[in-house]
Design a protein around this ligand. Structure first.
Ligand code: 6PG
Length: 248
């Protein structure tokens, strides 16, 4: 009896450096294809440590015409854009400045806003205005980089929090979870309609979370990373050996 069913494609890599190279090649290809098809591409970024090496390589990737890429975020922490924990700040430092993405194409979530609910509503409006909707009427982001936490969270959808069940909004505010600051995050329907999700996961501490996400049985409320089981588009897991990629 099989107990594992990975939603999407698994790309096993040997180590974080190979993971970053593999992720860069695949993300670049997806952006180039979206630009060739539609004349522009929407690209949504996550925070966390893992994607930084990939963002740095992507910034030097000559295949992508960054003047045709609109940048969005999957989630943001409730801090100023210059703060060390700002997802915007890290994307700017590693990717946006070096790739010279035009400022008018960079759409950051306002983590510094006093009213995070209003900032989330504004962001949903921006997504609806800038990202063409699919047949379900939901903006379908072309390409997204996402990650998985040790506790199996993804975006800012945390275990045991009701956010995962929100289906009437595309972007919401998230109250503080444990010791973490409040956040803004995209919701389940937004994730489910992304055309190409690339999940970058490295390190032995992620292995138990991946096992729960990939198990045939499980509860998305306990293991939010199971949200990817509902994706309409392509889901690609780019994993290093320590996190459970088999390649040695
Ligand atoms: C965030 C993220 C979050 C992240 C995971 C993995 O802002 O914290 O968007 O969902 O992707 O926590 O983070 P690491 O790459 O640091 O393991």
């Amino acid at each position: 009896m099989t107990t594992k069913a990975i939603p999407g494609q698994l790309v096993a890599t040997t180590n974080p450096a190979e993971l970053a190279r593999e992720a860069t090649a695949r993300i670049s290809r997806a952006l180039v294809q979206a630009i060739a098809k539609n004349g522009a591409a929407s690209f949504a970024l996550s925070g966390g440590d893992t994607p930084r090496a990939t963002y740095q390589l992507l910034a030097r990737d000559a295949a992508v015409d960054w003047s045709k890429v609109e940048i969005f975020w999957i989630d943001e922490r409730a801090v100023d854009p210059e703060h060390d924990r700002s997802n915007y700040r890290w994307a700017k430092v590693t990717l946006l400045d070096a790739a010279k993405v035009p400022a008018e194409r960079v759409h950051r979530m306002r983590g510094e806003a006093k009213d995070l609910a209003a900032a989330a509503r504004d962001y949903e409006r921006i997504l609806r205005e800038r990202v063409p909707a699919d047949a379900d009427g939901i903006p379908a982001i072309d390409v997204a980089v996402m990650g998985i936490g040790d506790d199996a969270h993804t975006a800012s959808l945390f275990p045991g929090e009701p956010t995962i069940d929100i289906i009437d909004r595309l972007v919401v505010e998230v109250p503080s979870h444990g010791s973490l600051e409040p956040r803004i995050t995209v919701t389940t329907p937004t994730i489910e309609h992304i055309r190409n999700v690339f999940l970058l996961v490295e390190g032995a501490n992620k292995r138990p979370a991946l096992e729960r996400i990939w198990a045939t049985q499980g509860d998305v409320h306990v293991t939010p990373g199971r949200v990817f089981r509902g994706c309409r588009g392509a889901v690609t897991w780019i994993i290093d050996h320590e996190a459970g990629g088999e390649k040695q």
